[in-house]
Ligand binder design. Structure first.
Ligand SMILES: Cc1cc2nc3c(=O)[nH]c(=O)nc-3n(C[C@H](O)[C@H](O)[C@H](O)COP(=O)(O)OP(=O)(O)OC[C@H]3O[C@@H](n4cnc5c(N)ncnc54)[C@H](O)[C@@H]3O)c2cc1C
Length: 412
């Protein structure tokens, strides 16, 4: 469908979201260029589990399945969780979700970011030698369409014209397409270059992550305890350990990062109320700053934002990449429909449909997580009352529990 020498889309950033979009568009027969600044590190089964993991919701799994990459992820290292258990350190009440109640095998899967990216990269660049070498502008045909991979490369200039967008790369290559998608993550340089501002706040928290072994089995349960300083999650890994995400005020995070191993394990066990007994081993810790960021628009001319470039949310609900995959599914549908109607995929009225649908849903999700963070992160008496009432209500009222579980699973 592209005009001579012109691509349908340029996707900038091959993280989980950008790589999934490039694979989806190629599968649908579009001609795509994918520009990634860093050659993704290969994933090997013998490697230690990467410290960055995500909880994938069922609709994200469905997308990866449709792209043909889920079987290799599931066969490699995906920890299914069948239960979710949430409670508060200072208010009574507990909330429990069960996959069986929903007639499903799992509520979600804990997967390493790097494994998702690796599986998608394998689909996009099928040859191992090509993957390991830097790929400058080589074309691959993962399905009916074409993906031209530019890696390691960055976009240094964008001409956002009326008929087409032209991106100039750092090696001088000029790519011309109907549409450019910025998927470069939270620090998106293109977002600024396109003049798109964002609103939000710094949580003044960092998420400390590590993998830990516990005295008792994790029971395929995603556990979350709300503490006055921030939530603490224990996510079940396929190898029987848990991946922890411990949101702490900056100074507390710095203190915890500097602790010796035994002191850290003791403090972590205590913070988790020893639900799984003592913490018997822990990997080195890493920390990520936590921020809320919502782009004021997703659209500038023929360019759109997607994934963390458009929205960064608190990890307490484990929804960041799931929202990004919902962006992929929506943009893919909108572009397919445009083609069926013989419309230009980069036309403003086409891209506005994507923006309208995803911006409101992402903003609602982000503000809901923000509200939960404020209510559960406060030690004031009214907040404690609200927490207790909220947990009691949600745990007793089955339809409300179902609504919450559906929202987390990406099923409305
Ligand atoms: C502690 C923590 C826990 C989390 N847990 C969960 C969870 O359980 N569930 C969940 O859904 N989400 C979770 N998230 C969020 C999730 O990690 C992000 O939403 C997700 O990684 C965003 O994917 P992305 O592809 O949009 O961006 P990224 O993963 O940031 O990828 C961006 C890509 O763009 C490339 N890039 C950057 N700049 C350029 C450039 N100028 N040119 C070319 N390429 C560029 C980068 O190299 C990278 O490959 C968590 C986040 C944190 C911090």
């Amino acid at each position: 469908m592209s005009r001579r020498g012109e691509l349908d889309a340029i996707v900038v950033g091959a993280g989980p979201v950008g790589a999934a979009l490039a694979a989806a568009l190629a599968r649908d027969g579009f001609e795509v260029a994918l520009v990634e600044a860093r050659t993704p590190k290969p994933w090997h089964a013998g490697d230690e589990v990467d410290p960055r993991v995500v909880a994938l919701a069922p609709d994200a799994r469905d997308l990866l399945d449709d792209l043909g990459v889920w079987p290799s992820i599931a066969a490699s290292r995906a920890g299914a969780y069948r239960h979710m258990h949430v409670w508060d350190a200072t208010a009574p009440g507990e909330l429990h979700f069960d996959a069986a109640e929903r007639g499903e095998a799992a509520l979600g899967w804990i997967v390493e970011n790097r494994l998702i990216q690796h599986a998608l990269w394998n689909a996009l660049v099928p040859d191992r030698e090509d993957r390991e070498a830097a790929v400058h502008g080589r074309s691959f045909h993962p399905s009916s369409g074409t993906v031209r991979v530019h890696c390691p490369n960055e976009v240094v200039e964008v001409e956002n014209g009326e008929d087409a967008v032209v991106a100039t790369l750092d090696d001088g290559t000029r790519l011309r397409a109907r549409l450019l998608v910025a998927a470069e993550g939270a620090e998106s340089a293109l977002r600024g270059r396109l003049g798109i501002a964002f609103e939000g706040r710094d949580y003044g928290q960092r998420a400390v992550v590590a993998h830990v072994a516990t005295e008792r089995a994790h029971e395929s349960t995603a556990w979350q305890r709300f503490l006055p300083g921030g939530p603490l999650a224990f996510l079940p890994l396929a190898d029987g350990r848990c991946s922890i995400v411990w949101s702490l005020p900056d100074a507390e995070a710095a203190r915890v990062l500097a602790q010796g191993d035994a002191a850290f394990r003791a403090e972590l066990g205590c913070a988790f109320d020893f639900r799984l007994g003592a913490i018997t081993a822990a990997t080195p810790r890493l920390a990520f700053p936590l921020r809320l960021r919502l782009a004021e628009r997703y659209l500038a001319g023929r360019c759109v934002l997607i994934g963390d470039a458009a929205h960064v949310v608190h990890p307490l609900a484990g929804q960041g990449v799931n929202l990004g995959f919902r962006d992929v599914a929506c943009l893919r549908r909108v572009l397919r429909e445009a083609r069926e109607r013989d419309n230009d995929p980069g036309a403003a009225h086409v891209l506005r449909r994507y923006e309208r649908e995803r911006r409101s849903e992402n903003a609602l999700a982000a503000r809901s997580f923000d509200l939960i963070e404020r209510v559960f992160g406060s030690s004031s008496a009214p907040s404690a009352g609200l927490r207790a009432a909220g947990l009691a209500l949600a745990s007793r009222v089955a339809p409300l529990r179902r609504v919450l579980a559906d929202a987390a699973a990406g099923r409305r």
